[in-house]
Design a protein around this ligand. Structure first.
Ligand code: GLN
Ligand code: ZN
Length: 757
């Protein structure tokens, strides 16, 4: 009999219960017990959902109060020195590691956070000491196992694997080889497995997603060593070595010959690799096939998948398991809560709960049972492939008709710059901002009331216009050279455009954990993208009518629009991206026609779209850059195109950034003391740059001297005539007082430098 399970379930709760419980606890509004109780309730619900959906195991230890990697660091005793000052107990110390502060204990620098592979989830980076000791602290894990067993569940705990854990960790000593810690780490794992073996458990899921990366021989060897060691510890426990987020490719043989009892493979991104993999296994080894997409929200074509799996399923018999490709952490919890989708769209979707039902339906189908559900599934997925709402012939034609020259500006940067300067007449070191200004409670409440139908369009427009008025007036007073309208009408830089484009939709409760208590609600791209009408022109035109200074138009770029959404899976991402690029291109042209002389197309997500395997980078960057260029190239050379990116590390993609050929790029650099600018110097980046001169994430306001020093530093790296002066990122999370002081100081610094020239 085929067995079923999942690598993990979302822990935030269908109504984001965990988020609110955490925040209430952190802000001292509720007691620790209330948080602990909520966590327990959520775990119980999640296990019940799995059991009721027919899973043979419930997954335990996928739950976390903040992050599963942080949990594992605590379990292994990897707690940096600065958290051992004894100023609070372990419960709050955990939150100090996560966020630098907790209801008790002193404030300390939090652990670093970074993206979990190519997802939008962020984990806390383990900090290893050169002489790191691993001291087991398995209380949380053991308690949750006991909890699930008391509820009568068949338990399969999950832990991060040792090699992936080391891979994700960092060490303060730069030259240090993390792998020297592997033997000590493995001792610790052996101890852990021995403890688990006493808990009436058959299987332990051990997550090694690093196996889907391109590993060097040294890291491949680490895998052999690790699993050789763990296989000889004689506990009788079976390990399910779990890989996801891609194909094993060059690590396929390495993985297949690791001495474990079972494997889990991603059969969505890894497509049919599981067939080849299966051939390498002994018949007594388990193969768990992740055939339902854990990274997206589309209903699975059950009959088609069953067909793909059938042969291997028959061959392996009892040792064939069914699952989702990866943990369901990356999708929203329950589609049934959504009331806003029309029935057609609704019938195409599956969130976490629905994916569990799909696993069971797939199992029944593989066993030769046909059912009404299967017929309904087939009807829904077929309808989607044929729907008028998905396919727009005019959009497809336009994408197919794109030529290389559609990504060309007509004149090279150097000539465009002369014309732009004639038109804009900007001083040296021109000052500007990244787009958004404080989103006050008044602004948010006006938007919410309009959305609920409590404000009519005329009143709402008047309120937004008065906000724009205020924003323009203030920028004039601060003395900025290039203004913005302030983005009061936008809730979110992607959702705002998603709501206006055909082919996009938004859910009501489709929240996905981003880190800790933070969640995002990605829009859903279901069909060909069409811009029915201008999206930003009336706001920009209004703003420009209020000032003699240029007001920048403000758009979100095609790659970011793609990257921060759930994307349709029935055509290549590159094609969807080009459709968005064309919609944006029309908007850019309309802005130009409306008298907007500078237009910013934000692309903060271009780097995070990089595929996990480096061999795929070139292809990705090629279409991503082209899509940006298509969006930017419909205008005259006189029109100045800006872009903005905010993340550390431009090294990997500096060539691509240059290829984007924006006239001006603004970037985040202040926290690194302009060091991130060095790569632009080395590369001889040819266009204009605005390196952020202060950190908008910090509540501290910068002084004139601090800003001046940073600009002077920047001027040693980039010729002064190509430097712009601006903050690191948008100002929407700040208050007006801080914004005023900071920008006044920024303008003062720019003026001093101008006079010195
Ligand atoms: N224009 C956007 C803003 O200022 C850019 C946000 C971002 O870089 N993430 O808010
Ligand atoms: Zn930014």
């Amino acid at each position: 009999m085929v067995k079923t399970h999942i690598p993990g379930f979302p822990r935030i709760g269908a109504q984001r219960e965990l988020k609110f419980a955490l925040e209430n606890y952190w802000h001292g509004k509720t007691s620790r017990n209330e948080l602990v109780d909520m966590a327990k309730t959520l775990r119980m619900q999640n296990w019940n959902i799995q059991a009721e959906s027919g899973m043979d195991f419930v997954t335990v230890n996928d739950f976390s109060l903040y992050d599963q990697v942080l949990d594992h660091s605590v379990l292994l005793g990897v707690v940096p020195q600065r958290f051992s000052d004894g100023s609070c107990d372990s419960f709050d110390n955990y939150f100090r590691m996560a966020r630098g502060r907790a209801p008790s204990g002193s404030a300390t620098r939090a652990c670093e956070m970074t993206k979990w592979f190519d997802t939008n989830y962020h984990y806390l980076v383990p900090e290893l000491a050169v002489n790191q000791q691993f001291i087991l602290n398995p209380e949380k894990l053991l308690a949750e196992i006991a909890e699930a067993q008391q509820l009568g569940h068949q338990v399969k705990p999950v832990i991060p694997g040792p090699v992936t854990y080391l891979w994700l960790a960092k060490c303060a000593a730069e030259e240090f080889d993390k792998l020297t810690l592997l033997p000590a780490l493995l001792d610790s794992y052996k101890g852990l497995l021995k403890l688990l073996a006493r808990k009436n458990i058959d299987w332990v899921q051990i997550d090694e997603p690093a196996l889907t990366l391109e590993l060097t021989p040294k890291w491949q060897e680490a895998y052999r060593e690790a699993y050789q060691t763990l296989s000889t510890c004689g506990t009788g426990l079976k390990l399910l070595l779990t890989t996801y987020f891609g194909a094993l490719d060059t690590n396929l043989d390495l993985t297949a010959y690791l001495p474990v009892d079972g494997f889990h493979l991603d059969a969505v991104r890894g497509s049919d690799e599981f067939i080849r993999f299966s051939e390498r296994l002994r018949s007594d080894q388990v193969l768990s096939v992740g055939a339902i997409d854990g990274r997206n929200i589309w209903k699975t074509d059950i009959s088609a998948v069953a067909e793909r799996l059938k042969r291997v399923a028959d061959q392996r018999g009892d040792n064939f398991w069914l699952s989702t490709s990866c943990s369901l952490l990356h999708v929203p919890v329950d589609l049934q809560q959504e009331t806003g989708f029309d029935p057609e769209l609704y019938s195409w979707l599956a969130f976490a709960r629905q994916k569990l039902a799909e696993i069971t339906l797939l199992k029944q189908t593989l066993q030769g049972e046909s059912s009404d559900q299967l017929a309904a599934n087939l009807r829904d997925v077929t309808a989607r492939t044929q729907s008028q709402r998905v396919h727009r012939i005019e959009v497809k034609r336009r994408v197919n008709g794109l030529m290389p020259q559609d990504g060309e500006r007509g004149l090279p940067y150097a000539e465009r710059a002369i014309r732009q300067q004639q038109k804009l007449q900007l001083p040296a070191f021109p000052t500007t901002t990244i787009g958004s200004f404080p989103q006050t409670t008044d602004i948010r409440s006006a938007r919410a009331r309009f959305r609920r139908g409590e404000l009519d369009e005329i009143t709402y427009t008047a309120i937004m216009q008065s906000e724009i008025n205020d924003c323009i007036e203030r920028q004039e007073r601060y003395g900025l050279d290039m203004l913005v309208h302030g983005e009061p009408e936008r809730n979110d830089m992607v959702e705002y455009f998603g709501e206006q484009l055909e082919g996009y939709t938004t859910s009501q409760l489709g929240w996905v954990q981003s880190y800790g208590s933070r969640c995002v609600k990605p829009p859903i791209i279901y069909g060909d993208i069409l811009r029915k009408e201008a999206m930003t022109v009336s706001w920009s035109r209004y703003a420009q009518s209020l000032s003699n200074k240029p007001v920048k138009g403000m758009l979100t770029g095609p790659v970011t629009m793609l990257q921060w959404a759930f994307v349709r899976d029935d055509q290549p991402r590159s094609e969807t991206c080009l459709q968005i690029a064309l919609a944006l291109r029309d908007e850019v042209v309309d802005l130009e026609q409306a008298g907007i002389a500078a237009i910013q197309i934000d692309e903060p997500a271009i780097r995070e779209g990089l595929p996990l395997k480096q061999s795929e980078w070139e292809y990705y960057l090629q279409w991503a850059v082209y899509a940006f260029r298509v969006s930017a190239s419909g205008v005259q050379p006189e029109t100045q195109i800006h872009t903005h990116m905010c993340y550390a590390e431009f090294n990997d993609i500096i060539q691509a950034i240059a290829d984007m050929d924006a006239d001006v790029i603004t970037i985040e650099t202040s926290r690194s003391n302009m060091e991130l600018l060095e790569v632009f110097t080395e590369f001889r980046y040819p266009n204009e740059i605005g390196p952020g001169v202060y950190d908008i994430h910090s509540p501290n306001t910068p002084t004139v001297e601090q800003i001046q020093a940073l600009i002077e530093k920047a001027a040693t790296l980039i010729p002064a005539e190509r430097l712009w002066i601006n903050p690191d990122c948008g100002l929407k999370t700040r208050g007006w007082d801080e914004v005023a002081t900071s920008l006044i100081n920024m303008v003062a610094a720019a003026k001093i430098l101008r006079e010195q020239r």
